[in-house]
Structure formats: C-alpha cells, structure tokens
Design a protein around this ligand. Structure first.
Ligand code: NDP
Length: 283
C-alpha cells in the first residue's frame, strides 16, 4: 500500500493565504503580542517564526523579549498592559517560563478573548463543554489537516497516545466533537499495541522518537504524528517510525512538514478570530 503523505506545509500555506486575503481590506490589522522570557534557544526560534508569519500575512506584531530575571509581577504587569491595548488582539507567552514564575498564573492572567494559544481555564472549559472559544493550536491544526485531506472523522475509531493538556486531551475532545469514538493512551496503558492496532485514526503525541512501529498500526489507518524528537543522528523526527509505517497506512503526516507548520498557521487563524470577536467582525 502506498500511503498518501499529508503535506502540512502546503496546507498551512493555504491557510495563511486565506487569512491574507480576508484581511486585505481591513483598516485595522489584527495584532499579536508574543512574550519571551529568558534565553531558551528553541523558544527564540519559535518566536522568530511567529514574527515572520505575522509579517507575511500582514498582521501587526509586537515581540517583548524580557530578561531571565524578570519577576512574576513584572510579567503580570506587561500582560495587563497587553490585555488593555487596542492594537493587540492576541497574546502568547512562550513556554517554558523560568522556574521562579508560575506558568498557570501567568497564562490565566491573559484575557480569554486574547488567549490565542487556547490555554486558559476559560478556553479549556469552553472546549470541554462544546462551546468552543479559542482552540489550542496543535490539536486544532491536526483536525484541520484531517478535514482538508478530505477524511470524514464521523464514526471512526480514533486512538490518541498522550494525554497532555496542550495536545493529547484537547485532541481527544476535538475528535469526539467530530463524532469519532476515542481511546486515550498514556504511559500506564497496558497492551498499547492492541489498542493502537484498532485505530482508524492514530494520533501520536508522546515525545519518543519512532516509538509507533509498523506492527502497532492497522492497514490503511490515518496517522497524525505530533512528536518532535531527535533521532540517533540528531535529525528531527516524529513519534512514528515513518519509513516503515508509511508503507502500510492510507495517510500519514511527516516530521518535519506535517503538524508543525499547522500549529503555526492555527496561531494566525486564532489571531484573526480573536480580532473579529473583539472588533465586531472587523467593522
Ligand atoms: P508531554 O510530555 O506533556 O506528554 C507526553 C504524553 O505521552 C504523556 O501523556 C505520557 O503519558 C505519554 N507517554 C510517554 N511515554 C509513553 C509511552 N511509553 N507509552 C504511552 N504513552 C507515553 O508532551 P506534549 O503533549 O507536550 O508533546 C508531545 C510531543 O509532541 C512532543 O514530542 C512535543 O515536542 C511534540 N509537540 C509538537 C508540537 C507541534 O507543533 N508539532 C506542539 C506541541 C508538542 P503520562 O501522562 O502517563 O506521563
């Protein structure tokens, strides 16, 4: 079976083009503020990419780079200013934060309508109760990838490996909202292979290089690989053993070039959505 490799880069570009087109006649442009505390090298790259995406689309953007020793109160003050800024419609605080700052407290100080990461208790609660607010970007991106590939989720058996608050759990809820029958697995799951082999849609959000092997997947399954790991040669790879699994399944996302670009695109989509909410449809 030759699988179809889902091109996340191409679909993400389509989404950016759609947003660009939507905002071209807006007098005011959607504004995104990105806050980075400290010197984490990966975070610096993520922040640069977000700035680049805003420039390409035509969003207004602000990046606040703060020193490692920034206090919790200083950070909360900045978020308060951004909450009140008319130019800013979306706020994202790049994680992880330095140890002396309480992440939960900082995230939940962002106004829910500006919480474009979808991490606040309010947006998480809305997702759980089916009154979707701003959705977390990675799981929303996975759903978009599946839908834009023309796959009907309804009635499918979906297995999610991973139960984190930012990927596994919201992914499970979104798949359930889309009428899949879901099973969530984690590090204490017994007989993981028996469960993953049942999946029509398998989402791997584990953080372990190439852990999902060909014998763990069903013929013709749809595989969404969220993982971002380094392989034995230091090369970026997913949680799925891509080369072997791709021979067996009907659709699979590569790493890089699958879920990653979609996460970025969904942040832009959320910023537009936040802008439309706050400006009464941009008028
Ligand atoms: P976490 O470490 O928060 O969660 C990992 C989950 O995997 C946990 O629920 C854990 O179980 C489970 N797990 C770990 N080992 C096993 C195992 N041997 N068998 C079954 N389950 C296991 O990670 P995240 O959810 O934040 O991220 C997951 C991956 O996705 C990472 O590689 C991360 O880099 C990547 N990622 C990629 C993004 C993108 O844009 N492409 C965005 C966000 C994340 P337990 O709960 O029992 O500990």
């Amino acid at each position: 079976m030759t699988s179809n490799i889902i091109d996340g880069k191409k679909i993400a570009q389509e989404i950016r083009d759609e947003i660009k087109n939507k905002i071209k006649d807006f007098k005011q442009k959607p504004g995104l503020a990105v806050v980075l505390v400290g010197e984490d090298e990966a975070s610096k790259i993520y922040v640069k990419n977000k700035e680049k995406d805003c420039q390409e689309i035509g969003f207004y953007s602000e990046v606040h780079r703060l020193p490692e020793k920034t206090t919790e109160n200083e950070l909360l003050d900045l978020i308060n200013n951004l909450n009140n800024s008319k130019k800013i419609h979306g706020i994202i605080v790049q994680l992880p934060l330095p140890d002396h700052i309480k992440e939960e407290l900082v995230i939940n100080s962002i106004l829910p309508e500006k919480d474009v990461d979808g991490f606040t208790y309010i947006n998480a609660g809305k997702l759980l109760t089916g009154n979707n607010g701003l959705l977390p970007c990675t799981p929303a991106g996975c759903i978009e990838l599946i839908k834009r590939t023309g796959i009907d989720i309804k009635g499918k058996e979906a297995v999610i490996v991973g139960r984190s608050n930012i990927v596994g759990k919201p992914m499970a809820i979104l798949l359930m909202q889309n009428h899949a029958t879901i099973t969530v697995c984690h590090s204490k799951t017994k007989d993981l292979k028996e469960i993953t082999k049942r999946a029509d849609i398998l989402v791997a959000a584990i953080g372990r290089a190439k852990m999902i092997t060909a014998e763990m997947v069903k013929d013709n399954a749809i595989i969404i690989d969220v993982g971002m790991n380094k392989d034995e040669h230091g090369k970026l790879c997913g949680d799925v053993d891509f080369d072997n699994v791709k021979e067996k399944v009907s659709f699979i996302t590569p790493v890089p070039g699958g879920v990653g670009p979609m996460t970025r695109a969904m942040l832009m989509k959320n910023t537009l959505e936040a802008f439309l909410l706050q400006t009464n449809g941009g008028k």
